[in-house]
Design a protein around this ligand. Structure first.
Ligand SMILES: [Fe+2]
Length: 280
C-alpha cells in the first residue's frame, strides 16, 4: 500500500471566502482545495453559489475540526450523518479530522487538545473511528496535532500510540510535518526519526504551515506565515519515504494573495516531484 491507496492530488490550498471571486474568475492552477467542513456544511445564498462554482472546477477535500475523536462524549450520530450527506454531495474522496479531542460535556473548546497516550485511549479511539468509517463510507484520515504539554499519565510514545490506532482501525494518517517539527522542539526529539517510526504507507495527505514566534521564544501553530526552511527540509525527507501524496500549505490567518498561496503550493509540488524523480 502507498499513499493509503488514495490518489495523489499534488499541491492544494485551503479555500477561504476572501479568495472566492479571484478563484472563480482566474481559475488558478491549484490541483485541489481543502475546506474546513464545519464552515461549509450549512451554507446558503452567496457563499453556496460561489462554492458550487469552485466545486465544478476543483476537487474539494473536507477537513473537520470538531469530530472530537478522543472525547468521552458520545459521538453525535445526527451530525455524522449530515457530514456523510455533505461528503456525498461534494463527492469527497476522503475525510480528515484530528487525533485529539475538542468537546467536553458537549461544549466545544475551540481547540485541538492532545489525548493521553494510554491503551485505554487507543481502544476508545479505535472503536469510535470504526463508527465514523461506517457512517462516512469513505477513507478517513486523522492528523497528528501539536502538543504544547506532555500529558502526565502516558503509557506509550506518540509514535506507538499513532501506530496502534492507525493499524487497529485501518484508518489513514494526515501527516502534519509542521506539527512534528514544533513537537520535536517542545519535547526534544528527532523529527525525522519520529516520522520514520510511523506507518508511512498510511500517509494519505501532508500538511505544511508556518507559525508565529513569540517574544519569549515559544511558538504558536498559527498558520499565518510562509513555511520555514526547516519544515521544507523535513518535508523533502518525508516524501523520499512516502512517495508522492497530496500536500497542502495551510494558511489560515493574515491571508496572503491567491498568487502568493499558489507560489507556495507550487513550490511544494515541485519539491515533491524532484524528490520522487531523484529516488526513481
Ligand atoms: Fe495541519
Amino acid at each position: 500500500m502507498k499513499n493509503y491507496n488514495l490518489k495523489s492530488l499534488g499541491a492544494g490550498a485551503g479555500l477561504r471566502h476572501e479568495h472566492f471571486q479571484e478563484i472563480i474568475k482566474k481559475k488558478p492552477a491549484f490541483n485541489w482545495f481543502e475546506i474546513i467542513a464545519e464552515d461549509f456544511i450549512n451554507i446558503g445564498g452567496y457563499v453556496q453559489e460561489c462554492f458550487e462554482k469552485i466545486l465544478s472546477n476543483y476537487t474539494i477535500i473536507p477537513h473537520g475540526v470538531s469530530l472530537s475523536i478522543g472525547s468521552t462524549d458520545a459521538l453525535k450520530m445526527d451530525k455524522l450523518k449530515r457530514l456523510k450527506d455533505f461528503c456525498d454531495l461534494i463527492n469527497a474522496p476522503w475525510y480528515s479530522d484530528h487525533m485529539c479531542f475538542t468537546m467536553v460535556d458537549h461544549i466545544n473548546l475551540e481547540d485541538l487538545i492532545p489525548v493521553p497516550f494510554t491503551q485505554e485511549t487507543v481502544d476508545h479511539i479505535v472503536s469510535r473511528i470504526k463508527v465514523v468509517q461506517d457512517v462516512l463510507e469513505r477513507p478517513v484520515l486523522f492528523e497528528n496535532v501539536t502538543r504544547y504539554i506532555t500529558v502526565s499519565d502516558r503509557e506509550m510514545s506518540e509514535s506507538e500510540f499513532l501506530n496502534q490506532i492507525l493499524e487497529k482501525s485501518d484508518c489513514g494518517l494526515l501527516l502534519d510535518v509542521t506539527n512534528v517539527h514544533l513537537n520535536s522542539i517542545y519535547h526534544e526529539f528527532d523529527p525525522y526519526s519520529f516520522i520514520q517510526s510511523l506507518p508511512l504507507e498510511r500517509v494519505g495527505q501532508i500538511h505544511l504551515a508556518g507559525w508565529e514566534e513569540l517574544p519569549d521564544g515559544n511558538f504558536i501553530d498559527s498558520h499565518d506565515a510562509p513555511v520555514p526552511e526547516a519544515v521544507w527540509e523535513l518535508f523533502k525527507k518525508t516524501i523520499a519515504l512516502t512517495g508522492p501524496t497530496s500536500v497542502l500549505v495551510e494558511w489560515d490567518k493574515k491571508l496572503p494573495s491567491v498568487e502568493r498561496l499558489l507560489k507556495e503550493a507550487q513550490m511544494a509540488e515541485e519539491m515533491m516531484h524532484d524528490v520522487v524523480k531523484a529516488a526513481a
